[in-house]
Design a binder for this molecule. Structure first.
Ligand code: HSE
Length: 444
């Protein structure tokens, strides 16, 4: 059978990995796919670098539209990233009847509804295993392996940069800014790390996971996003003393009222496997009704790990390229005509409606009655306290200090109620600094 012809848009880290792995494993891949998979054309603004990578094995052009216009190309692999030109090129490729493989989580999380609709109308595939957790086949697992289940929640470490930074902060007791600079020096963090450290990249991925887990439209605009820039090594240390690790989690959860979709630092019990995922590694936990809890772990970024996911999508397309589109696995796991109604029945909840437990660190004057004042405001808001820890004043502020940290762990509480209680506590004269609030996820 004729090999399928692939055009790459962009041959940077992931593109060069895709080329290398396809070359290296071509015979096994062809045996699995039932036909060969050939990169016939590569478009990159840096034509010389692209030629150095592909040699004479593929045609290299600087104009991505030349790939889309080539009638011999069956599949366009978009590895440019971002919402700008990448969006135009993906929509043009679909309009030209090409199947599309992309690693672009930002594009799909924000414009997915439009892109999947265009692909549906044209009868082509838009595949995106590489967009979430790099080489971990989490899309395949949720969409196919767990298809019997009602999924309850998904929680993941889905950004390697921030997990590397948090691991270093914990290991070395260093502050965020110091570790970020070191991560940039080592190439773990990008020169502009904003999307990673502010939680946006994780929120793009969590948005895609929520759509696939619950069969709702992608709704990045409704995600709650909080990064790790305000975390201190002090809180990491206190969390450790209480038996928790702090991780940046992407969480999506089904509740009676709707779907939670949120990214923020979270205390996770240190005995959970996911709490022990260190460095730049990724991991996703899925809780579903039939199988229970399953865990997926691996490299969430990098050249060949991400190429592994891109090529898995290419193999899927090669196998089904002649199939009736109605017989293909739907891109968001559920038949596309059911998404809008499910989205109405399961709206993404505002953060004030999210129910979770909390770690609070309150810097206070070390005086009689302060703890009682604070706990009575918490009780007045109907919030139940799980544990209270008071640090020695000397340990917190140095010898002779009259300030101390109160650490309070709460039971599950509506975020809106917690916000109201915190506003009152912050107003107390004996509270000396902005209160630190970190959500706590037991993941059981
Ligand atoms: N920047 C991402 C991370 C990898 O740090 O995990 C690509 O999604």
């Amino acid at each position: 059978m004729k090999p399928i012809q692939v055009g790459l848009l962009g041959i940077g880290t992931v593109g060069s990995g895709t080329f290398a792995v396809l070359q290296r494993n071509q015979q096994e891949i062809a045996r699995r796919a039932g036909r060969g998979i050939e990169i016939a054309m590569v478009a990159d603004l840096n034509v010389e670098r692209a030629r150095a990578i592909v040699g004479d094995k593929a045609q290299v052009v600087s104009d991505a539209r030349a790939v889309i216009a080539n009638p011999d190309i069956d599949v366009v692999v978009e590895l440019i990233g971002g919402y700008g030109i990448a969006k135009a090129l993906v929509l043009e490729a679909i309009a030209a009847g090409k199947h599309v493989v992309t690693a672009n989580k930002a594009l799909l999380a924000v414009h997915g509804t439009e892109i999947f609709q265009a692909a549906h109308e044209k009868g082509v595939v838009v595949a995106f295993e590489a967009a979430v957790a790099g080489g971990i086949p989490i899309i395949k697992a949720l969409r196919e392996g767990l298809t019997a289940n009602q999924i309850q929640w998904v929680a993941g470490i889905i950004n390697g940069t921030t997990n590397f930074i948090l691991s270093e902060m914990r290991d070395k007791g260093l502050d965020f800014d110091v570790v970020l600079k070191e991560a940039q020096r080592l190439g773990y963090a990008e020169a502009d790390p904003t999307f990673d450290i502010e939680g946006v990249d994780a929120a793009h991925k969590a948005t895609l996971l929520s759509a696939i887990a619950f069969g709702i439209p992608v709704q990045f605009d409704k995600a709650y996003v909080e990064g790790i820039t305000k975390l201190t090594s002090t809180d990491i240390k206190y969390a450790e003393q209480l038996g928790y690790r702090i991780k940046l989690l992407g969480i999506t959860k089904r509740t009676d009222k709707g779907v939670e979709l949120r990214v923020h630092p979270s205390l996770v019990p240190a005995r959970r496997l996911i709490a022990n995922v260190e460095g730049a590694m990724n991991a996703v936990v899925v809780n579903s009704d039939a199988v229970g809890t399953t865990l997926y772990y691996g490299k969430g970024a990098g050249s060949e790990p991400t190429a592994s996911a891109v090529i898995a999508d290419l193999v899927d397309i090669a196998r089904q390229i002649d199939a009736d589109p109605a017989h293909r696995v739907p891109p968001l796991a559920f038949q596309s005509n059911t998404l809008a109604e499910a989205g109405n029945e399961l709206p993404v909840l505002p953060m004030a409606e999210v129910v979770t437990s909390y770690y609070l660190r309150i810097r206070v004057a070390d005086e009689a009655g302060v703890l009682a004042q604070i706990t009575s405001l918490i009780a007045g808001a109907n919030i139940s306290i799980d544990a209270v820890l008071q640090r020695e004043a000397d340990e917190v502020g140095g010898e002779g200090s009259n300030q101390t940290d109160l650490i309070i762990l709460t039971h599950d509480t509506r975020e809106g109620d917690m916000n109201a209680a915190l506003a009152q506590i912050q107003g107390l004269p004996s509270v000396l600094a902005p209160i630190t609030r970190i959500r706590k996820e037991e993941l059981n």
